[in-house]
Ligand binder design. Structure first.
Ligand code: TYD
Ligand code: MG
Length: 456
């Protein structure tokens, strides 16, 4: 008989150890180990005779990928064009961000071969009904059940044979085969593995909700991310109404695609024009405000960056970056000091990306540097101008990807000109129907700042 051993498992990353540890050697997090019983060794790599024999690539028959549209273009875009039949999708996000709302909403419009089974371990059926009424979800073949035992759930799924199963949330579901508490790494891993097998063998699509820890990882397990087909994160500032759905992993499409939504009192509304929303309420022609073009997946977004530079009152100047990388900001300020000669060393600098967006594209460098310079010189940047370009340590402005898309977006939103890197000029120069729209190429940051501030 197998011995019942206990192991200590890091609840962040799933690292196993025979004794308790204060700090996880794998992910370096403190105080994350919990004792769990190691059950019969089902995962041991016992050699099993192959049940299926290898087939040559040519002979494999496939039905072409069957996708169904969710009825929300933003959601489809994130998935790479709709939900793939028989896939396992994980939707992660902070509590209260709107995961349950989003999934209940797509139930109304998603096309499936059979009904939808919505399993909630968090809310009662009547609570979900109340929410559905509020969201105006009226699907006939949507079945709601409040359950958390996996054996009961799987029996239900096999009996009902729905087209889609939604599990809200994976942390509340437990299987009897494991004695650890619901939400522990072993439980979450076991249940997800079972769901994956079920999805693949029956062709039922499964969407699971996963909570996110304070640190922002899906609770428990990065292990989980490896197991599922698609990982989506639902993020946004709780104090602001818009939400961003982001692909982190996708076996059926590109990653880094985003969908933008707004939380209203009638549920989530799609925002197909995020740039317009980000730029609304912008004060024009004030020093320190600059519009940059950032590419989120395949979609260009125009975003305002604000900066405030003022003399330091204490010995060490303060630098603060909200929505962008702090180290990137200090690097750009060092470039401004050394290559342009702006004496920023006894000035505080606060830089903020408007709307709570996080920018990590190097193409925003030129805009960030211009915002700092604009506030420092107390000279506004032309409100009709968009900036794009990566800044290197020697002050050179380097080419960015997909410049045509960025230019088109700036033109569409009524801007008058764009400053781009010299390296992109060849492609940009071939663009047709530019009309009065100005495209200005710069090769280094001094040149860019001269152009910006002479016209202002
Ligand atoms: P919810 O979907 O329950 O979040 P999660 O499942 O990610 O924990 O969203 C709850 C929040 O959304 C709650 O704070 C209220 C807000 N909300 C609206 O603003 N409008 C609505 O129509 C609904 C249903 C929720
Ligand atoms: Mg919820």
């Amino acid at each position: 008989m197998a011995k019942n051993k206990t192991v200590f498992i890091c609840q962040e990353c799933g690292y196993e150890s025979s004794g308790w540890l204060g700090k996880c050697p794998a992910c370096s997090k403190w105080n994350t180990f919990a004792e769990e019983r190691q059950e019969s060794n089902t995962h041991a790599s016992a050699w099993q005779p192959a049940q299926s024999k290898p087939v040559s690539l040519e002979e494999i028959k496939t039905d072409s990928e069957q996708r169904s549209h969710t009825g929300m273009k933003e959601f489809d875009r994130v998935l790479g064009g709709g939900v793939v039949r028989g896939s396992l999708i994980l939707v992660g996000g902070d509590p209260g961000i709107g995961k349950s709302t989003l999934l209940l909403q797509i139930c109304d419009t998603l096309k499936t071969d059979a009904g939808i089974l919505y399993i909630s371990g968090e809310e009662s059926a009547s609570q979900i009904k109340l929410r559905a009424d509020r969201l105006n979800v009226k699907r006939r073949d949507l079945f709601i059940v409040s359950a958390s035992n996996f054996e009961a759930i799987s029996a239900m799924i096999l009996a009902e044979k729905p087209g889609l199963v939604i599990i809200d949330s994976i942390q509340t579901i437990y299987t009897d085969t494991i004695s650890s508490a619901p939400g522990s790494v072993s439980q979450v891993r076991e249940v997800t593995a079972a769901l994956m097998k079920m999805a693949k063998s029956t062709g039922i699509t499964v969407i699971i909700v996963g909570h996110v820890t304070k640190e922002g990882a899906i609770a428990g397990p990065r292990v989980l991310e490896h197991m599922v087909d698609t990982v989506l994160y639902f993020e946004g500032d709780r104090h602001l109404s818009y939400r961003i759905l982001r692909t982190v992993k996708n076996r059926f499409g590109s990653t880094n695609e985003i969908g933008v939504f707004e939380m209203r009192d009638t549920g989530l509304a799609e925002i197909s024009n995020p740039s317009e929303m980000m730029l609304s309420g912008r004060q024009e022609n004030v020093p320190g405000s600059v519009v940059v073009s950032s590419l989120e997946g395949t979609r260009p977004m125009l975003i305002e960056i604000q900066s405030l530079v003022c003399p330091t009152n204490f010995g060490v100047p303060r630098r603060m970056a909200t929505g962008l990388d702090y180290n990137r900001l200090t690097m750009l300020m060092a470039v401004l000091e050394k290559r342009v000669g702006l004496q920023l060393y006894n000035y505080d600098a606060y830089v903020n990306v408007v709307g709570g967006i996080k920018l990590d594209e190097p193409a925003c460098d030129l805009g960030i540097a211009a915002a700092v310079a604009s506030s420092f010189k107390n000279m506004p940047v032309d409100a009709g101008c968009v900036l794009t370009g990566e800044v290197g340590l020697t002050g050179e402005v380097r080419a960015v990807s997909q410049v045509e898309k960025r230019i088109s977006e700036a033109m569409r939103l009524g801007f008058r000109k764009i400053i781009i890197p010299e390296g992109n000029m060849k492609l940009a120069g071939q663009m047709k129907n530019r009309g009065q729209f100005g495209i200005i190429a710069v090769s280094n940051i001094q040149e860019a700042l001269e152009i910006i501030f002479e016209s202002a």
